[in-house]
Design a protein around this ligand. Structure first.
Ligand SMILES: [Zn+2]
Length: 281
């Protein structure tokens, strides 16, 4: 299955757009169907057959065990020609704050890759099993444009970008932003977010994309609707489309407006920045 899905990437139809200087990519990628419709009401029913637990994985699926508590595996439903799943050996709920150290350590051990995290309600197809994914850094326009200062980042949508020389400092800033998110979005649960982390030239980089909702109002399988459930990769500028008709009619401005619809407002971002400034004095 993995061989066929990776081979299919070679001939995949891809469109590259330039939206006011930022790159947006659409691909026609039917193997992502499960992710495009994931996160619905059936998640709890599927927990008992969790596909990240070794007991339910095919015996062919191999792992590299990392630090005794994570397994690194090939993602059999790839978006890119290198696509890894980094999942906890233990079955425990998807969360970011308790595991940011792990995320940074794995990122530091995987040069050339970006690790990303999908919150349980904004893109994780296994919200009940803690995991990250890793893909080549060069494939994600958001991370590439952020580090190389290739475009005016305000074209995107509100997000936070942390660059610190040590994991300790990056973690401190990350925690203050997370507290600010809790302050502004007081839901009692983890604020919805997608998080990216990579390490280059002895600097730790973290991007936090806070989310206001998971799916856009145009989600659906009708003719005027789109089968898209934006997660980290989409927020970073790459949109796998599982229906050919969606791929054919998609435009950069529609993808941009979906991105803005599912992220937070500039006002909310300002409030979090105020919180950050007050708490780092
Ligand atoms: Zn599991």
């Amino acid at each position: 299955m993995a061989r066929n899905n990776y081979a299919a990437l070679e001939h995949m139809l891809v469109k590259k757009f330039n939206y006011k200087g930022r790159e947006i990519v659409a691909q026609f990628n039917p193997c992502r169907y499960r992710s495009a419709v994931a996160g619905g009401d059936n998640a709890s029913q599927r927990e008992h057959e969790c596909f990240l637990c070794s007991a339910h994985q095919p015996h062919e699926q191999e792992s590299i065990i990392w630090n005794e508590n994570y397994k690194i595996q090939i993602n059999p439903y790839p978006i890119f020609n290198r696509h890894l799943t980094v999942s906890s050996i233990e079955h425990r709920p998807q969360a970011i704050v308790p595991y940011i150290d792990d995320m940074m350590s794995v990122a530091a051990a995987l040069p050339g890759y970006v690790l990303f995290y999908n919150g349980p309600k904004c893109g994780a197809s296994a919200p009940f099993h803690q995991h990250f994914q890793a893909v080549p850094f060069s494939e994600l326009p958001l991370c590439r444009e952020a580090i190389h200062d290739d475009c005016d980042l305000s074209v995107y949508f509100p997000f936070f970008y942390i660059i610190r020389p040590t994991k300790k400092e990056a973690k401190l800033w990350f925690h203050i932003i997370e507290e600010g998110l809790h302050e502004v979005f007081d839901t009692g649960e983890e604020p919805m977010q997608n998080v990216f982390c990579w390490s280059v030239k002895r600097q730790m980089h973290i991007i936090i994309v806070p989310r206001s909702k998971h799916r856009p109002k145009c989600y659906g399988d009708g003719e005027d609707e789109l089968v898209v459930s934006p997660a980290s990769v989409e927020m970073a500028g790459v949109w796998p489309m599982v229906r050919e008709s969606d791929f054919e009619k998609i435009t950069a401005s529609r993808l941009q407006s979906i991105s803005e619809e599912v992220t937070i407002s500039e006002d909310d971002k300002e409030h979090i920045i105020e919180y950050f400034i007050t708490h780092t004095k």
